[in-house]
Ligand binder design. Structure first.
Ligand SMILES: Nc1ncnc2c1ncn2[C@@H]1O[C@H](COP(=O)(O)OP(=O)(O)OP(=O)(O)O)[C@@H](O)[C@H]1O
Length: 285
């Protein structure tokens, strides 16, 4: 049993649940380094954001952390510690056991992660059967609880519906429910709200924040949208061409950017924000 003195809440020093140190990723066929030394730490209930233009290495960083890099792309430097364990020595069976139960992820385009010919409820129940060893009836009850937790109205009906019957926002809630089903400590959200309209996007971000507060989930949020990062993240990494050009507390980075590229991203965001606003008011006339 852990003594009280060792409990993080008592000592005030929470152990990082995810520690990424100087991670490098290389595309072996081209001999090109596509992630050039990324470092960050996450303690329970905290959120780190990764921003940067398309192709800057955000997704490859996440995939390195999740142990799901594409063929011929490998971690070639640094280390990833998940719940204190160095993941570099894990076998693929150990990775499979860890994914979902310790670390989980949601991506853009939720429909592509669901089986179109099976109702969504049983797909969540299946995660519970496989990852938590629940029996059919328990898994169904727990899956219904999860549909409630992600604020889907009429969960009993949604349980029986097929992916094509649900909106993009509802599908992303289903994916979040499946991702948190086995009680992971870290959730990676990679452009998870990008395809959704602004109102639904805000609801999903609120949901992630609520889950974080309620369960102590640690979040890694990847987005090209600075507003998403501003809303959710304690710390932000700004990436360009595989490199972290700036990193720090979100408020400092967004209000007092030190790197020229961060200033450019902020200027583009402001410009885009104005355009979107004027576009809407034009359309509204
Ligand atoms: N399977 C692959 N093999 C080799 N290189 C790849 C592969 N997939 C992606 N890359 C390269 O890795 C680099 C980083 O890509 P990554 O997907 O991490 O960028 P990103 O910042 O997530 O961009 P986006 O916002 O478009 O998703 C890019 O130069 C990309 O071309």
């Amino acid at each position: 049993m852990t003594s009280l003195a060792e409990t993080p809440a008592v000592t005030g020093v929470a152990e990082p649940v995810l520690a990424v140190r100087d991670v490098r990723v290389t595309a072996l066929a081209e001999g090109r380094e596509i992630v050039k030394g990324v470092s960050f730490e996450l303690t329970p209930g905290r959120t780190v954001g990764i921003v940067g233009e398309s192709g800057s290495g955000k997704t490859m960083t996440c995939r390195a952390v999740l142990g799901i890099l594409p063929d011929h792309v490998e971690v070639t430097g640094g280390s990833v510690h998940l719940a204190g364990a160095d993941v570099s020595s894990l076998t693929s069976a150990q990775w499979t056991a860890l994914r979902g139960s310790t670390i989980s992820a949601v991506f853009q385009d939720p429909a592509s992660y669901l089986n179109p010919s099976i109702p969504v409820g049983p797909q969540i129940a299946e995660v519970l059967r496989v990852k938590k060893g629940l029996r059919r009836r328990e898994a169904r009850a727990r899956a219904l609880d999860l549909l409630v937790a992600v604020h889907l109205r009429n969960p009993a009906l949604v349980y029986t519906q097929y992916p094509f019957e649900l909106s993009g926002g509802m599908l992303q809630r289903i994916l979040i429910a499946a991702a948190i089903a086995a009680g992971p400590r870290v959730l990676i959200a990679d452009e998870a709200t990008t395809a959704l309209d602004v109102t639904v996007q805000a609801e999903i971000l609120d949901l992630l924040a609520e889950l974080r507060e309620r369960t102590g989930l640690a979040l890694v949020v990847v987005s090209h949208d600075l507003a998403v990062v501003a809303q959710l993240c304690d710390e932000v990494l700004v990436m360009r061409e595989g490199e972290v050009v700036e990193q720090g507390p979100t408020a400092r980075v967004l209000h007092r950017p030190r790197h020229e590229y961060t200033r450019l991203l902020i200027a583009e965001h402001e410009q885009y924000g104005l355009d979107a606003f004027f576009g809407r008011t034009e359309a509204g006339r």
